[in-house]
Design a protein. Sequence first.
Length: 413
Amino acid sequence: MSPDIHSTNQIARPPLEGKSVVLGVTGSIAAYKAADIASKLVQSGANVDVIMTSAAMQFVGTSTFAALTHRPVTTGLWEAHSELSIDHVALALRADCVLIAPATANTIAKLALGIADDPLTAMVLATEAPVIVAPAMDADMFASSSTQRNVKTLKEDGVMIAGPAVGRLASGLDGEGRLVDTDTLIGLVRQAIGRFGDYAGRHVIVSAGGTKQPIDPVRFISNRSTGKMGYAIAEAARDRGAKVTLVSASDLPEPAGITFIKAVTADNMRDAILPISTDADLLVMAAAISDFTPTQVNDRKIKKQGSGNVSLELAEVEDFMPLARGKNLVKVAFAAETNDLEANAHAKAAPKGAAFVVANNVSEPGSGFGTDTNKVTFVDTDGIAEPLPLMSKLDVGHAILDRALTLLAKRLN
Ligand SMILES: Cc1cc2nc3c(=O)[nH]c(=O)nc-3n(C[C@H](O)[C@H](O)[C@H](O)COP(=O)(O)O)c2cc1C
């Protein structure tokens, strides 16, 4: 049997568990994409109430959303559902976040003016929850002075505008008007809901992925790190209100609501992290930074000589983590080991200046590179080890943040 989180006592915590999201769907050709958004919100643990405009129903049926969310869909001001006395007000009060995706030029204009002639626009007027609007329309409609003016007004009113993205539009033309992708929208919802979390006001830097040390223009030395662990920590910190900088050697897509810096080599990582660490609160070094690098980088592709053997001279890469310093900086190191886990992790803590080391035995099933789960042990500078059960990487991220938070609180007092 392949290892999975359900084989342990630990149940993965969905990031939006118990949160209420109102999804507004309007009459854009991109309305079909809202079904995917509703589905992913539900999979993320959210209770999702969908409000559709009349034009949206020309594109997608209500039963799609009712089936995906297991809830009635609100479509008119005058058709109250039995459980909600006045639908738009009940939903406004219930919402932890409102997401309008796709948002038409028409609905954006109504929101900017405070018009409330359908349940969606009326609900937005009545809610105190954060509102995210994701425009989707023809590029010229978006670029028009009235839409631009309305978008500006919404921003000034505290509404978050997500996108639109640049790309191919339904008309067949390319331009700025595409609905931003579902993962980005879910990330923004998570950020909006967690904005006053226990990391609010703190700057967290996370490194992720395996660096690539060039040999020549077409080859490099790397390792099996995918970046999933670092990305999960960064997203967990974002979901708890932190300002997050993710310094990444990974090819995974950029998470929403996070400052993203691409750093491919060990030198890139050092140059990106050291200058910003001075003002940061927490630095989590989850990246697998190469221990070795070619002493020489050929500027042309190395050709086969037909001699059978080739040797490549490598030098050790200097660890820059000891150089990362800040007034109240808490540092957390990672140790990917195949043997003597705790002893190796303990030996790393003090030289790196890490408050604790997250040790993971990468040869254990369900642990380490590429998986969505991890089984880690926290090892502190005294060598005291706290083994954690097999967990989702997101939950490991939260466990690291929980432990770091107590240390941050002590440093500031
Ligand atoms: C086939 C078709 C596609 C449309 N696509 C869009 C669109 O992508 N974005 C947009 O702002 N309006 C689009 N419209 C226009 C809106 O449906 C129209 O402005 C409608 O009044 C919007 O109503 P609502 O904002 O209440 O949903 C489209 C109309 C049609 C007929």
